[in-house]
Ligand binder design. Structure first.
Ligand code: NAP
Ligand code: F7E
Length: 323
């Protein structure tokens, strides 16, 4: 029997990689897309899978649309990846972020509870919930202390997922994923901003790179590895919560150094610190402990940060050269 999956946020970085993985596993993949005035399916085309997907209209802020999507797709599994996912924007659009990243999760869980209670559910939770960290290495038992409207909204989404699992017995799991990147990462996130700039500088299309707090540390992995962990969570008999991370943390500064070195450049010659990119409250350091995901799911990251950055730099170099 063909399994059906519904992915919200299918046009995003993770949505595209997850859709590809599920198609390779023989799933029928339905993708929820919000109405936009311009094209948002470029990542799906990049992976050569756009025509394999059944698209459904819907916005996370509209519960009726989500109910229709659930009834129409009759999915065995729902992956809720849709979100206003850029932390910096969450201070400028705190209400939208709260409605989509927080309440949107309840809309979806309600649709499952009412129309499809056997459907398994994955919630895209985040290391941003740890914020001002309460332990040197963060795991499933580390207390949360979000530092942005994004982190706060995601914390609501996380707890409502746990609550619906405990209240109604839904198979609802929450993946607490640390930063993960790829050539399909949005250009506003620091890794892509850096690899794109390094490529442009190498090709003489840009002179400098303006950044904010380059002393911040992140636990960066490859998105292609992380979507496998999402799928594994929904294959378990029992729903649960898992930290997904590499267990290595690196400064933005070192990430820059690695990216520029791939092109035989010295980042110090090009990076300009610009107060405009500092945040009202910073998450200084994140470092995950993925021991539970390794033990229970048999999941491990396969891609080192050096290989990930090289992959991104090479993709950006090819893309910028064609412009
Ligand atoms: P992304 O590239 O920003 O993709 C976000 C997706 O959500 C896009 O498809 C976007 O659609 C969609 N979306 C936004 N607002 C929506 C709305 N109101 N209704 C319906 N869809 C909406 O994010 P990502 O990096 O793939 O991350 C996937 C999920 O994991 C997000 O929930 C994010 O918060 C979470 N997360 C990400 C990371 C990470 O490091 N990447 C780590 C932890 C958790 P458009 O294309 O139309 O804008
Ligand atoms: O920032 C610093 C910035 O925007 C990383 C999202 O996927 O991962 C992501 O959130 C760090 C921060 O990602 C610039 O201050 C310095 O400390 O790439 P980012 P993020 O905020 O960690 C989590 C896990 C998610 O869940 C989110 O959805 O880099 N930084 N200078 C900068 N960041 C940006 N964007 N731009 C700069 O110029």
């Amino acid at each position: 029997m063909t399994k059906h999956a519904l992915i919200t946020g299918i046009t995003g970085q993770d949505g595209a990689y997850l859709a590809k993985l599920l198609l390779e596993k023989g799933y029928r993949v339905h993708g929820l897309v919000a109405r936009r005035s311009s094209d948002t399916r470029w990542r799906l085309r990049e992976l050569g899978i756009e025509s394999d997907i059944v698209f459904l209209d819907g916005d996370l802020s509209d519960g009726t649309a989500l109910q229709r999507a659930v009834v129409k797709a009759r999915p065995d599994e729902i992956y809720n990846l849709a979100a206003q996912s850029f932390v910096a924007t969450s201070w400028d659009q705190p209400i939208t972020t709260g409605i989509v990243d927080g309440l949107g999760v309840t809309h979806l869980l309600e649709a499952i509870r009412q129309f499809s209670p056997e459907t398994r559910f994955y919630q895209a939770s985040t290391s941003e919930m740890f914020g001002l960290i309460r332990a040197d290495r963060q795991d499933e038992n580390t207390p949360f202390y979000p530092r942005s409207p994004y982190g706060v909204a995601k914390l609501y989404g996380h707890w409502i997922t746990v609550n619906y699992r405990e209240s109604f017995g839904l198979h609802a799991s929450s993946g607490i994923l640390f930063n993960h990147e790829s050539p399909l990462r949005g250009i506003e996130f620091v890794t892509r901003k850096v690899t794109d700039a390094a490529a442009r500088i190498k090709l003489g299309r840009q002179r400098e790179l303006r950044l904010g707090n380059i002393d911040a540390k992140r636990d960066w992995g490859f998105a292609g590895d992380y979507v496998e962990a999402m799928w594994l969570m929904l294959q378990q008999d029992k729903a649960d919560d898992y930290v997904v991370a590499t267990g290595v943390t690196t400064t933005v500064r070192d990430m820059c150094r690695i990216a520029f070195e791939c092109l035989e450049l010295d980042y110090r010659d090009y990076v300009v610190i610009d107060p405009a990119y500092f945040r009202p409250a910073e998450v200084d350091v994140l470092l995950g402990n993925p021991a539970k995901a390794e033990r229970v799911l048999g999941w491990q990251p396969k891609t080192s940060l050096e290989n990930l950055i090289r992959m991104m730099v090479e993709a950006d170099l090819r893309r910028v050269a064609k412009e």
